[in-house]
Design a protein around this ligand. Structure first.
Ligand code: PMP
Length: 362
């Protein structure tokens, strides 16, 4: 659908100097420094989307009774802009993020944003702040579209009658600056992330708010990340805090099915599509923690990796739970993990052919 929503462009009169920007880009970290502009679009009941604009990056002024502060009617997306080896600036499958944004919006009783407006908002921000797209190998510009409920009222009998959509951008270093390192994971049996009928498949802030305590527990137990299990038996693997999981049995790849309780990762979907071309058989099927442990111990399970926009593909080396602990392979990154990682990174940075038309030029 094409929507006639034109953006008003208000350029920042005081952008950061080239020297300041270069200082940030030399060591960007993740999500700490933002570019000079942002996108805002308003939605009001009866009127729909209006007042689309690019404006200088800066704080918002919101009434303390604004709905988002109280009932967390909010959702977000995450994707990256890459500077390819030939100098082009691109994003990876932005229409897939647009579609997921709208699936989240439906679950949260929020208005859907036409996909072309979502993608146009990313293009406009990245075009304006293109000098913030890093050229260091493996670095990128992280894009964070989000939407908040803005009605000023404390009633809980209906969803908000107004919303604000925004996009902000932040340069990001490669997740693994010192080379790809396996992560250790904590099996969360005390807490659950999502249950059937809940919001597990939606990228809403509330899912993440409820996850911090389990992440703290993972760190207290010497692990890097949480693995979420099903809500009833605490037995079936779902996903990690911010990544989906793949299990490698020789040339067979298994990833948990999209049951509504886990986030449908775009990296996950891309790996399912690429696997066959790389000579692997990929399938969506349930895997229990008992099977994970016994197959790792017997050597049948050769590798496990996590995947997501932030780190692309990350090997999992060690697993720990309340009463169990095991390692996968010899605890170092395996060949299938690294092959898939290289393929995806290659497509994103333009060193491998994009046969699926996933690359969207800005
Ligand atoms: N699961 C969760 C809970 C996430 O937050 C993310 C990051 N968006 C993912 C999986 C991976 O999704 P994607 O590949 O689209 O980044």
């Amino acid at each position: 659908m094409t929507t006639h929503l034109s953006f008003d462009v208000q350029l920042n009169p005081n952008p950061r100097s080239a020297a300041e920007r270069e200082r940030v880009l030399a060591s960007p970290g993740f999500g700490q420094v933002f570019t000079d502009h942002m996108i805002c679009i308003e939605w009001t009941e009866g009127r729909g989307w209006h007042d689309a604009r690019l404006q200088p990056y800066g704080p918002l002024t919101l009434d303390p009774a604004t709905a988002v502060f109280h009932y967390a009617q909010e959702l977000f997306e995450g994707l990256k802009a890459y500077r390819q080896v030939n100098g082009s600036i691109v994003t990876f499958r932005p229409y897939a993020n647009a579609a997921r944004f709208n699936r989240s919006a439906r679950r949260m009783a929020m208005p859907e944003l036409p996909e072309d407006v979502f993608v146009r908002s990313l293009e406009l921000l990245v075009q304006t702040d293109r000098d913030w797209v890093p050229s260091t190998e493996g670095h990128s510009l992280y894009l964070r579209p989000f939407m908040i409920a803005t009605e000023v009222a404390l009633g809980v009998n209906h969803p908000s009658r107004s919303y604000k959509y925004m996009v902000i951008a932040s340069p990001a270093a490669s997740y693994f600056s010192g080379g790809v390192k396996p992560v250790s994971v904590w099996l969360s049996t005390e807490y659950t992330r999502a249950a059937p009928g809940g919001t597990g498949f939606a990228k809403c802030g509330g899912n993440y708010a409820a996850a911090f305590i389990a992440q703290q527990q993972a760190v207290e137990n010497g692990c890097d990340q949480v693995v979420w299990l099903d809500a009833f038996e605490h037995r079936w693997v779902e996903e990690m805090g911010g990544m989906n999981l793949f299990f490698v049995f020789g040339d067979r790849l298994i990833t948990p099915p999209l049951t509504g309780t886990l986030l449908p990762g775009i990296t996950r979907d891309s790996i399912l599509a690429l696997a066959g071309e790389l000579g692997y058989r990929a399938e969506e099927s349930k895997i229990s923690i008992d099977e994970w442990q016994s197959a790792a111990e017997s050597g049948e399970l050769t590798e496990v990796f996590a995947c997501g926009t932030a780190a692309v593909v990350t090997p999992v080396g060690k697993v720990k739970g309340v009463d169990r602990e095991w390692t996968i392979g010899d605890g170092t990154p395996g060949p299938v993990t690294m092959r898939i990682r290289e393929e995806l990174v290659g497509i994103q940075f333009g060193t491998r052919p994009d046969t699926h038309n996933w690359i969207h030029k800005i």
